[in-house]
Design a protein around this ligand. Structure first.
Ligand code: TRP
Ligand code: SF4
Length: 333
């Protein structure tokens, strides 16, 4: 039996290259050596998008199309929809007894996100949002995942999951697996506008299904070194967002880009054109795979994955309920 991996994506819009370079590429690479569960976290997406259920609904298929076009193989990986696995919600409730409100309030990820969402939450955060680390702990443990590929911002989530597992096992006997995080590098691709995170604002991210023309327009509007105003001004690649992208997509030519920028022999427009060409070449195979995917068949693959995910979750919950003395047998009605 292969060890299990679980990771999740919140369906809130189309996928962008940050998703690909980060989690998806890493997860695709692990498909042969692990049993991989890739969850479309629609329930979690609603914790901060409860006003936009239609957006979440539409993004579910988008995420599935994006995942398959990035090399997630449905014959190897179980891609599934979180809301169709009610065992996760059930386990979340049980976990509620194992954590205090103040511990949740101190979770650094939750803390940062609440601060970022002042506009949505006002003075008091919802119970659901504050408690989403519990639901994430349930996502992971209900599949017996040993490893969780995540960006570094998610480390406090995994730490909290580990605490919950230790507490559960101490109280009710060895039942759940304590997972480990696998930090995905390049998980944080900054936005083309220089923002620390891509996707925070529309237009600062290159979507996986952007056409060449759109990619090129987005790159042209990217911020560069603010001190380099004219073609022959010497630039500072270390402060330039375009250069940060060259590091990711044009690694072979990086020295030349930096040297020419510093010497003032490279103009930003030409530099951006070169980057666009590389980005485009990177995205082309993703676009080709994407064009071959049929929405109906993709949805079917997603629902097949969900069937299997449910089976696995059900068997874990039987174990959990036995441990918690909740293993009643209800005669079928
Ligand atoms: N919170 C994760 C994110 O925003 C998504 C996610 C949901 C997840 N459930 C998970 C990640 C379980 C790892 C494991 O990126
Ligand atoms: Fe950035 Fe390239 Fe302009 Fe230098 S030449 S500032 S690396 S865009």
């Amino acid at each position: 039996m292969k060890p299990k991996i679980l990771t999740g994506i919140r369906p809130t819009g189309t996928l962008h290259i940050g998703h690909y370079l980060g989690m998806l590429r890493q997860t695709a690479a692990l498909q042969d050596d692990f049993e991989v569960f890739l969850m479309i976290a629609d329930v979690q997406a609603l914790t901060d998008h409860f006003l936009e259920p239609q957006r979440v609904r539409e993004a579910v298929l988008e995420v599935a199309l994006g995942a398959f076009s990035c090399g997630i193989d449905p014959t190897k990986t179980t891609l599934f929809i979180q809301s169709l696995v009610p065992e996760i919600a059930e386990l979340t409730v049980f976990f509620g007894n194992l954590v205090t409100v103040s511990r949740l309030e101190q979770n650094p990820t939750v803390k940062t996100e609440i601060a970022q969402k002042r506009e949505l939450f006002g003075k008091s955060v919802t119970y659901g949002f504050l408690g989403y680390p519990l639901s994430q702990a349930a996502d992971i443990t209900v599949f017996d995942a040993a490893l969780v590929p995540v960006g570094a911002d998610q480390l406090p989530m995994i730490e909290q999951t580990r605490e919950i597992v230790r507490k559960f096992n101490r109280l009710y006997g060895e039942t759940l697996i304590e997972p480990e995080a696998r930090v995905v590098d390049a998980a944080r691709v900054r936005g083309l506008d220089g923002a620390v995170k891509m996707g925070k604002s529309l237009g600062n991210a290159v979507a996986l299904d952007d056409s060449s023309a759109v990619v090129s327009a987005k790159v042209m509007s990217a911020v560069t070194d603010p001190l380099k105003l004219r073609l022959h001004d010497a630039g500072h690649p270390e402060v330039c967002t375009v250069f940060a992208y060259h590091e990711l997509f044009n690694a072979d030519n990086l020295e030349t880009v930096a040297a020419e920028c510093r010497a003032g022999t490279r103009g930003c427009v030409a530099c951006k054109r070169e980057l666009s060409a590389h980005l485009d070449a990177f995205l082309e195979p993703v676009r080709v795979r994407r064009a071959q995917l049929e929405p109906a068949a993709t949805m079917r693959a997603l629902l097949d994955g969900t069937q299997w995910a449910r089976r696995v979750a059900r068997s874990t919950m039987a174990r959990v309920k036995r441990a918690m003395k909740l293993d009643y047998e209800l005669e079928p009605a």
